[in-house]
Design a protein around this ligand. Structure first.
Ligand SMILES: NC(=O)c1ccc[n+]([C@@H]2O[C@H](COP(=O)([O-])OP(=O)(O)OC[C@H]3O[C@@H](n4cnc5c(N)ncnc54)[C@H](O)[C@@H]3O)[C@@H](O)[C@H]2O)c1
Length: 339
């Protein structure tokens, strides 16, 4: 999805035409991709983002949309401003988050504030100010921890291996609880590694794949940790966006929790090879795991997304080769905005 590409989900136009939509974390990677699509579907979009420098928020993510949407630079920890922002909205896509696993270990209370406490305050505000707002929450595969079996389905035990995973688990459970007890219209998506245009590529703090995009374009050697045999699944941004839209618009999604995933399972070594191939040149090397990363690594992971397929008709459409090529094409001309 680059610039004003064709709509990802034109069949959902009726569901979003004229709808008032609030996206927390809206200047970040997935939130901004969602904003582009929602504007194309005729929604009235407000973005909330704190633009904390180390996080994924970037004004370049909505370049060209100035005037078409409202951007509110505020922090979801600020209950007072959130009250005004959520008033009158039809849909809340709740994506604001501290997303670095390493940072959550180095600064656990910050992660607690954003991923746990503010989630509760967002829900309390919805309950009091706008109990009819439809909510989709961005949860994560990190809450499963090290898989006991593969592929991981939604019934897999939750055993997070880092502070971020624990706080995201709490954030998810607050959403589910407010759905069950107060009748808020909540859907949870448990995202796996998501990638594509508009993701943060400054460093490997959030995700190594974004950093690999930057490195390969700069002619640097990609570093694969461990033996490179760890298995992963990757969802392209467009597919994630379609899942959020289906989750917000399908009655079958109410009260449900869905894994997202991929039809392709890939080792990290093979992923490095794909990135090199898509770029047409480049090198990678296998290096020992840095101890701080090894301590919170989850080993092999890939999701069973059959629940989303059965209930929502969602399945990934963009393969890895196409998705990596699309990502590199996006960043090639936009270094000034993303490096
Ligand atoms: N990208 C992935 O691979 C992935 C995987 C699993 C889950 N998720 C979840 O999806 C959501 C979006 O992730 P993303 O990849 O787009 O990350 P991102 O960092 O690009 O976007 C998150 C946005 O939230 C904003 N934000 C952070 N704290 C905030 C606060 N206190 N108040 C207001 N805004 C704040 C950031 O500035 C950023 O723009 C996150 O909740 C993340 O946990 C993402």
């Amino acid at each position: 999805m680059t610039g004003h590409a064709p709509l990802i989900a034109p069949e959902l136009r009726d569901a979003f035409q004229g709808k008032r939509v609030l996206i927390t974390g809206g200047l970040g990677f997935i939130g901004s991709c969602l904003a582009h699509e929602l504007l194309g579907l005729g929604a009235r979009v407000v973005l909330v983002d704190s633009l904390i420098p180390e996080y994924g928020g970037n004004r370049a993510n909505v370049a060209g949309l100035e005037g078409a949407l409202t951007v509110n630079i505020s922090d979801v920890r600020d209950e007072h401003s959130f009250r005004e922002l959520v008033r009158g909205q039809d849909i809340l896509f709740n994506l604001a988050g501290q997303t670095s696993h390493l940072d959550s270990m180095e600064n656990p209370f910050n992660d607690l504030e954003i991923n746990c406490r503010s989630q509760l305050s967002i829900l309390e505000t919805c309950r009091k100010i706008n109990p009819d707002v439809r909510i989709v929450f961005a949860s994560t595969r990190q809450i499963y921890g090290r898989p006991e079996y593969l592929p991981v389905d939604e019934r897999h035990p939750l055993a997070p291996v880092d502070v971020n995973g624990i706080n995201k688990t709490a954030g998810e459970w607050y959403h589910r609880l407010y759905g069950q007890v107060y009748g808020l219209g909540v859907t949870v998506l448990r995202l796996t590694n998501t990638y594509g245009p508009r993701m943060r590529v400054v460093d490997a703090r959030q995700t190594f794949l974004g950093y690999w995009f930057r490195q390969i374009l700069d002619g640097e050697t990609l570093r694969v940790f461990g033996d490179g045999e760890q298995l992963r699944d990757f969802t392209y941004a467009d597919d994630a966006v379609r899942a959020f839209l289906l989750a917000a618009s399908r009655p079958e999604a109410l009260g449900e929790v869905f894994n997202l995933g991929s039809k392709e399972v890939v080792s990290l070594l093979d992923l490095a090879r794909l990135v090199v191939a898509a770029n047409g040149s480049g090198t990678y090397e296998v290096v020992p795991f840095p101890p701080d990363r090894k301590a919170i690594d989850i080993g092999d992971y890939y999701a069973d997304f059959s629940h989303a397929r059965a209930a929502l008709g969602w399945e990934p459409r963009v393969g890895l080769t196409e998705g990596i090529a699309g990502s590199l094409a996006y960043y090639r001309d936009r270094r000034a905005s993303y490096w």
